[in-house]
Design a protein around this ligand. Sequence first.
Ligand SMILES: [Zn+2]
Ligand SMILES: [Zn+2]
Length: 344
Amino acid sequence: MFNYVGNIHLHSTYSDGFATLKEIARTARKENLDFIIVTDHFNLAGLPEQGYYGKMLLLVGMEVNDEKNHYLALDISEVVANDEAQTVIDKVNMQKGIGIIAHPFEKGSPLYENYKTYEWNEWTVKDFQGIEVWNFLSQYKDEITGILKGIYLLFFPHSALKGPYQETLDKLDSYQKQGIKVFAFGGSDAHGIKVKLGPLLLFTISPYDLCFRCINTHVICEKELSGKVDTDKDVIYQALRAGRFWIGYDYFKNSKGFQFYIKSPGKRWLMGEDLPLQQNLFAEVRTPYKALVRLIRDGEIYKESKGTIHQFTIHKKGVYRIEAYHKRFFGYRLWIFSNPIWVI
Ligand SMILES: [Zn+2]
Ligand SMILES: [Zn+2]
């Protein structure tokens, strides 16, 4: 298995982002990402530019949306027009794409169009592949509760990005507990929005370089990337489709090297997989730095461990995922959010 790190959900000048694909790719290379997936609103105009920029693979999907119900569509080749939520989902499935419900819950900010939000409000839908549980721009915006807080966040952006909202996790857990393979995605929603305050002050909201160090997607691939766009694209999408990935908030500590699997004496199961309950099952977790690791079962904290190697016995059915926290000042900060393994 081969691990790669990427960043998902980006906007370029093909919609409302402030940088071109070339510029975004250059930044991603500098930040040592292996791949990025750009998802401009309403179009796939970037597709001809999909490919390698140095060793960094730029992939192009899109975001289908009206005002509410934003849906990320990856690995598609035809534009999906906005429509009823279920129709959009079905159309992405018809192209065998990967569809993700984006930023499903938002609080809004008084400084952004008087609490305007872009949440998902069609929960009767089915057959989507993922929920974006952690979104940089959306959660950053939600924390701008006033002018002073807005200024504070320019200097301390991470305080707005402490982890997924409980409402979002409840939704994710409700699907996963039914055995439905809906996976947790992390997105940047980077736009690199440049805002001018007076003649001298220019600042950027959701800058690409910062986003590329925060909510990253680490995929576990069956094949090594070869440098050929068409095969490598499938290798990465395969891992995403299978749920073989985790979200790493890599800014303070890089989560590269994280491992989570369930093993019996003769076999191992990875994130996204399921196995029948049997004797002698262990969940094993390795974190590249010391961490507080929580084994979550059916959405509830089940067991905890501190250190770098963590082992938990498993003797109950359930859906198991990992939340790892690293120390930060006097407390702990969410660092790694894994996809689950089902024991059925
Ligand atoms: Zn959106
Ligand atoms: Zn977006």
